[in-house]
Design a protein around this ligand. Structure first.
Ligand SMILES: [Mn+2]
Length: 356
């Protein structure tokens, strides 16, 4: 197993690459969506949370991520002695009507194909996505982790209707007419995923890019009144079986799976890693389940992380593990300290698993 770090768009620079290397990482996962653009409430020093207006303004619908930009990013990361394992998340500006089944859907599926082709040509093996109408919404922030470290969680369902002009918890059209976005049915949402996979998988197969699906975060049956796709562990199997392909795989988020009300995180880890379906792993700890859970330090929540890593090793998982989120530690560099703590813990755990 390989240790990696996920970096937000504004962190894709030499200092953060060196920080990852210093923490023992060999791989990076990069975000190109700017989750903090024109945001009313998000601070770029931590994972995005936002308020009922979402994280902020989505990107430029007409500017797709080019081969040149992706290749330059990979080269810069390689020069720092690291590999770029994945790009994580599409910009809502590039696929809102794929999620909402709107009038620009056909054009936006072409957008996504272009991006996946560019990612493959740049030699980046994985694209992580989260097929979600409301996105990562409804979380709160507080002194939830050990010693009062700031972390996120949920305080109940969040079903305030999603306004028009929003998708995936970002604003793609600030001038949209007022009123709520019509609510989709669960069947419609699965049909939209199927349309996405039918369009993208042949391109991914040709481009050598694995499409890796993140489960719902938070994994509630609805958020903003809109249905969710993978909010129970068993629904990951439905996603895989919908369109079987070596390029249809999982961005396996242990924290989100542990927050789910059904199933069991160890059983789910065994089941999906045995199938060889984990493209890469988000590994964080959590206390409680939806609709009331808290993110914690990696060594203090409900998940026995060492047991989980033993399951991955037993099933031959050789991919990248990143800490996903970490609580903010009280010091001059809260994000760095939180990540360094999680990475140090994971590095020790992986070394001890590999010891004779
Ligand atoms: Mn995750």
């Amino acid at each position: 197993m390989k240790l990696g770090l996920g970096l937000y768009r504004h962190q894709l620079d030499g200092d953060h690459f060196r920080f990852a290397k210093q923490c023992g990482c060999t791989h990076l996962v990069g975000h190109l969506v700017d989750y903090f653009r024109s945001s009313r409430s998000n601070r770029p020093g931590d994972q995005p949370v936002g308020d009922d207006t979402g994280w902020g303004l989505a990107g430029d619908p007409d500017r797709l991520w080019t081969y040149e930009k992706l290749a330059a990013l990979r080269a810069q990361i390689n020069a720092a002695g690291l590999e770029l394992e994945a790009i994580e998340n599409f910009d809502p500006a590039h696929w809102y009507d794929v999620l909402l089944d709107g009038p620009r859907k056909a054009q936006q599926l072409e957008n996504l194909k272009t991006i996946v082709r560019n990612v493959g040509r740049a030699g980046i093996p994985v694209f992580g996505y989260n097929f979600s109408i409301a996105g990562v919404a409804g979380r709160v922030k507080g002194a939830f982790a050990r010693g009062g470290a700031e972390a996120v969680g949920t305080d109940g369902p969040f079903d305030t209707p999603m306004p028009r002009g929003m998708a995936w918890n970002m604003v793609y059209d600030p001038h949209a007419p007022p009123g709520p976005e019509p609510v989709a049915t669960r069947e419609q949402l699965w049909q939209r995923l199927q349309d996405f996979l039918d369009a993208l998988l042949p391109v991914a197969e040709e481009a050598g890019v694995t499409l890796a699906a993140h489960p719902d975060d938070p994994p509630m049956p609805t958020v903003r009144g809109q249905p969710r796709l993978v909010f129970q562990p068993v629904l990951y199997q439905k996603l895989l079986d919908l369109r079987p392909s070596p390029r249809n795989a999982l961005e396996f988020c242990v924290g989100s799976l542990a927050e789910m009300t059904g199933g069991d995180v160890y059983e789910a880890t065994d089941r999906y890693s045995r199938q060889g379906k984990l493209a890469y792993v988000h590994l964080r700890n959590v206390r409680g389940k939806v609709p009331h859970y808290r993110e914690t330090f990696i060594d203090e929540g409900d998940v026995d992380v060492l047991r989980l890593l033993r399951i991955l090793k037993r099933n031959g998982f050789g991919g990248v593990i990143i800490p996903d989120h970490a609580p903010q530690m009280t010091c001059a560099a809260p994000w760095h300290a939180g990540m360094a703590y999680a990475l140090g813990y994971l590095r020790a755990a992986l070394q001890s698993l590999d010891a004779p």
